[in-house]
Write a protein that binds this ligand. Structure first.
Ligand code: PXP
Length: 235
């Protein structure tokens, strides 16, 4: 199972003081050298952390794969078509939210999503949709032509009860049966990642806040390698 390290919150620290440090690009290089299998960054409409300069430089330096999370904003979509990250992950976005609050409501956005997905895929970019672990959503996602789904682990992370775990496990199985690659993430940390990492159908976990928070205390190398170890050996 791959570990995608989301480096947004390195940029959050930069932006709260309007400095040019710490640099998320430097963080990405360190994360990769510590064993990250991919780098993820979310370019939000309000540019509250990651901006165009970060994405362009990440495109240059990332050696594993670059996954950019984004909404359907036209300007951002055109920018991504030029920069060509390896993956684009479509996420819902609300201005007032602290972080992505839930998966995409695929029924409400199906036309925009299908159009944007086709455009990106035609230009060689792989597409994934951030969705709730619900069978219906996976069926719609696969009909809209996505390459992968990213299952929202937020509910499980907040409340790691068996029922929430089973939902993710079942959704991962349905995703694979539908021919999709299955990723997962949101709210995962050293203490709740073990069981999720045991789900064979999931090929990638995207983890941000917990790794960057830990990196502030122990350094990026240790933060990434601890997470990878926990993914391998469980709780
Ligand atoms: N996956 C998606 C689609 C996200 O939006 C986020 C948060 O940016 C993550 C994973 C990572 O979540 P966290 O920062 O809680 O690890």
């Amino acid at each position: 199972m791959r570990l995608g390290v989301n480096i947004d919150h390195v940029a959050t620290i930069r932006e709260v003081r309007g400095t040019n440090y710490p640099d998320p690009v430097e963080a990405a290089i360190l994360a990769e050298s510590a064993g990250a299998d991919g780098i993820t960054a979310h370019i939000r409409i309000d540019r509250r952390h990651i901006n165009e300069r970060d994405i362009m430089l990440l495109r240059e330096v990332v050696k594993t794969h670059l996954n950019v999370e984004a909404s359907f904003d036209k300007e951002i979509q055109n920018f991504l078509l030029e920069v060509k990250p390896d993956w684009v992950c479509f996420v819902p976005e609300r201005e007032e939210e602290l972080t992505t609050e839930g998966g995409l409501n695929l029924k409400a956005v199906s036309k925009d999503l299908e159009r944007a997905t086709t455009k990106l895929k035609d230009s060689g970019i792989m597409v994934t949709f951030f969705i709730e672990p619900e069978v219906k959503m996976i069926e719609i996602a696969s009909n809209l032509g996505t390459c992968a789904i990213e299952l929202n682990t937020g509910k499980y992370s907040e409340n790691p009860i068996e029922k929430n775990y089973k939902k993710i496990e079942e959704a991962a199985q349905v995703g694979i049966a539908r021919g999709l690659e299955v990723h997962a993430g949101h709210g995962l940390n050293l203490y709740n990642v073990g069981k999720i990492a045991m789900i064979e159908e999931i090929s990638e976990l995207n983890i941000g806040h917990a790794i960057i928070a830990r990196a502030i205390i122990v350094g990026m190398e240790r933060a990434v390698s601890e997470m990878k170890e926990r993914m391998l050996f469980g709780e």
